[in-house]
Design a protein around this ligand. Structure first.
Ligand code: NAP
Length: 317
């Protein structure tokens, strides 16, 4: 079976350069998606405490190990520390709970989901709100949270740590103060938000950039985003016998980004993985560059208007 190429991380571990996103893949659907993905060659699976599907993802992985399809070390499992657990005192406990959700004894990559913490009420109140329905944030410094995540590496609970939704200044602050470097910054990245500046910054610091929402969450009813429904991209797709989502994913890989498209449809899971037998020309890459608008599908609207000092998207990158 053909697997995705891997990239060597700054700590020596290898990470497959294409992963399966699992947001909204829950219950049987989530389990089936991960199983099918492993069957067709995915080895990198992205989930999060917030997605409430760690048990299903873990079961799928454990079943595939039991079937002899993969060994644990073949899988690169990524999950995230949710925002309500930023208090350093909570980090180890919730990480252990996540391991028990998976039924596994280590996580490959543990990301801080966002630089902004939320108020802790209990483990299940993921979006704590006040009587006026306003999200309650916390002022924990993400550096303190990060230092607690470093301990998880030392304890052997996680192999690598990283961040998500961090801007370049926040990432620089982590890099300047950490003992264990983050291996990736997971941020939104698609032709509409190609993250060239942040990717260059990450590269200079030996940090990879993982691209979420790489397909811009296609909406066939309104034919958005443009890059998926573009006749121009369709011409390129036709040349290679591919689909426009495949061209988009190949473009992102060409930019040095690690895309994690989500699908729970078996055909589309297979389709999104089938991008390693062709390459785009410089001219074709330039066509895709033309769709950059800088607009986000995921601007973190819940916290955007709350003036938190760590809201990440107020600077250029
Ligand atoms: N760190 C963060 O804050 C953060 C934020 C957002 C997302 N993420 C991660 O990134 C992953 C991907 O992002 P996303 O789920 O927001 O968006 P996405 O991957 O751009 O789009 C997912 C949507 O596209 C559809 N789709 C998938 N492949 C397709 C194809 N080949 N043709 C047409 N439609 C296709 C899926 O439907 P079907 O399932 O029906 O195929 C789903 O509705 C998430 O699942 C999650 O793991 C992380």
């Amino acid at each position: 079976m053909k697997l995705a190429p891997t990239v060597k991380l700054n700590n020596g571990y290898e990470m497959p350069i294409l992963g399966l996103g699992t947001y909204n893949s829950k219950d049987n659907e989530g389990e089936a998606a991960v199983k099918h993905a492993i069957d067709v060659g995915y080895r990198h699976i992205d989930t999060a405490y917030f997605y409430q599907n760690e048990a299903e993802v873990g079961k799928a992985i454990r079943d595939k190990i039991a079937e002899g399809v993969v060994k644990r070390e073949d899988i690169f499992l990524v999950t995230k520390l949710w925002n309500i657990f930023h208090d350093p005192e909570r980090v180890e406990g919730i990480c252990r709970k996540q391991l028990s959700n998976f039924g596994l004894d280590y996580i490959d990559l543990y990301l801080m989901h966002m630089p902004v913490g939320y108020k802790y009420v209990d483990d299940n109140t993921l979006l704590p709100k006040n009587e006026d329905d306003v999200l309650q944030l916390s002022d924990v410094d993400y550096l303190d949270t990060y230092k607690a995540m470093e301990k998880l590496v030392k304890l052997g609970l996680v192999r690598s740590i990283g961040v998500s939704n961090f801007n370049s200044e926040q990432l620089a602050r982590v890099l300047a103060n950490c003992e264990i470097k983050p291996v990736t910054n997971q941020v939104e990245c698609s032709p509409a938000l190609n993250q060239k500046a942040l990717t260059a910054f990450c590269k200079k610091n030996d940090v990879t950039l993982t691209g979420y929402t790489p397909l811009g969450k296609p909406k066939p009813d309104i034919q958005k985003p443009d890059f998926i429904y573009s006749p121009e991209v369709a011409v390129i797709a036709k040349k290679y016998g591919k689909t426009t989502p495949q061209i988009v994913l190949r473009y992102l890989v060409g930019l040095g980004v690690i895309p994690i498209p989500k699908s729970s449809n078996t055909n589309r899971i297979s389709e999104n993985f089938d991008i390693f037998d062709f390459e785009l020309t410089a001219e074709e890459m330039a066509v895709l560059d033309g769709y950059h608008t800088g607009e986000r599908v995921v601007p973190l609207n819940l916290i955007k208007g709350l003036n938190h000092k760590y809201y990440p998207f107020s600077i250029e990158f």
